[in-house]
Design a protein around this ligand. Structure first.
Ligand SMILES: [Zn+2]
Length: 316
């Protein structure tokens, strides 16, 4: 008997990436096509369905082997109903995505938000392989998060489970308002955007730093400057690492995961960042909640989304 296969689709503003996974979370094949956002809602929906069929027809597998299709997408949604209420970067508002795809593909369909899906991808087929409980952080433009406990993705009462980027960690005196409207969220300091903002503030204040020569700063510029000894840049990266480490310590006593997985652009700073995060974590986390717990780098990179989307059929 041939094994069951799962298709994952990662819907971005410019491209839709689809992948085929087996039951163990191995990514067997990927395909990428344009989202065609400018062509409107119907075209986006038909593209998702077309690419899902295309990746199978161009593979050595059969459509009958496909046990289901999972979709990861940025936005606010009713996860059980698979209904997209609003998407920040796509013309998908009040769209019954799950119903549409189930009718178009005649397969079981599950959807979830992109951060949860990326976390599940890492937990199932990436750095969390073999670990039943882990918490993932994606340190990019924002801070995305996802919690997998005993192989299940935690969605929460209203889909807000795992929104670690909006954990309020910065004290009021130093806090700024987050994009979500609240004060002091982790993502205001530990995302690429947060790091760039702190660097710009330092330059504007007239701090003596190599960063003042840049016309447009990136988080990588700040991290590289910190690595080469720039004290202002080091202070900024340490601050990002400090609040990250403190949030891990808080999550450790709530979820008690075996592993923390850090991915996204900022995590490319590597050991320079990880060592600081571990130090803060070990200082603040309860002894029993940190015993045997490791903090590792994500492994799947841009494929985490398709792997996790495919995994929704088995883990949601
Ligand atoms: Zn927030």
């Amino acid at each position: 008997m041939s094994e069951n296969l799962y298709i994952g689709a990662d819907i971005g503003g410019t491209t839709i990436k689809v992948g085929i996974c087996n039951e163990r979370g191995d990514l067997l094949q990927t395909f990428e096509g344009p989202t065609e956002t400018d062509q409107g809602t119907d075209r986006i929906l038909s593209n998702i369905a077309d690419y899902a069929r295309k990746i199978v027809s161009e593979s050595s597998h059969t459509w009958e082997q496909v046990a289901g299709v999972g979709v990861g997408i940025a936005g606010f949604m009713d996860i059980p109903k698979g209904f997209i209420k609003f998407s920040p970067n796509l013309p998908l508002n009040n769209v019954p995505l799950k119903d549409y795809l189930e009718a178009a593909l005649n397969k079981k369909v599950r959807i979830n938000n992109d951060a949860n899906v990326a976390a599940l991808g890492e937990a199932w087929g990436g750095a969390g392989r073999g670990v039943s409980s882990c918490v993932c952080y994606t340190l990019g433009t924002g801070v995305g998060g996802g919690i997998v406990v005993e192989g299940r993705l935690i969605e929460g009462f209203s889909g807000m489970g795992g929104e670690i980027g909006h954990m309020s960690v910065v004290p009021d005196l130093e806090a700024i308002q987050c994009g979500c409207g609240k004060m002091g969220c982790l993502e205001t300091v530990s995302s690429a955007t947060g790091i760039i903002r702190m660097a710009k503030d330092a330059v504007d204040r007239g701090d003596r730093t190599a960063l003042s020569v840049f016309e447009t700063l990136t988080a990588k510029d700040v991290i590289d400057a910190a690595k080469s000894g720039d004290e202002v840049a080091q202070r900024i990266v340490s601050r990002a690492a400090f609040y990250l480490g403190k949030s891990l310590a808080a999550v450790a006593v709530v979820v008690n995961p075996q592993r923390f997985i850090l991915g996204g652009g900022v995590s490319a700073a590597g050991e320079f960042l990880f060592a600081q995060v571990r130090e803060v974590f070990h200082k603040y986390a309860q002894d029993k909640a940190q015993e045997g717990v490791d903090i590792v780098a994500a492994e799947l990179g841009n494929n985490a989304g398709v792997v996790g989307a495919a995994g929704l059929l088995l883990h949601a």
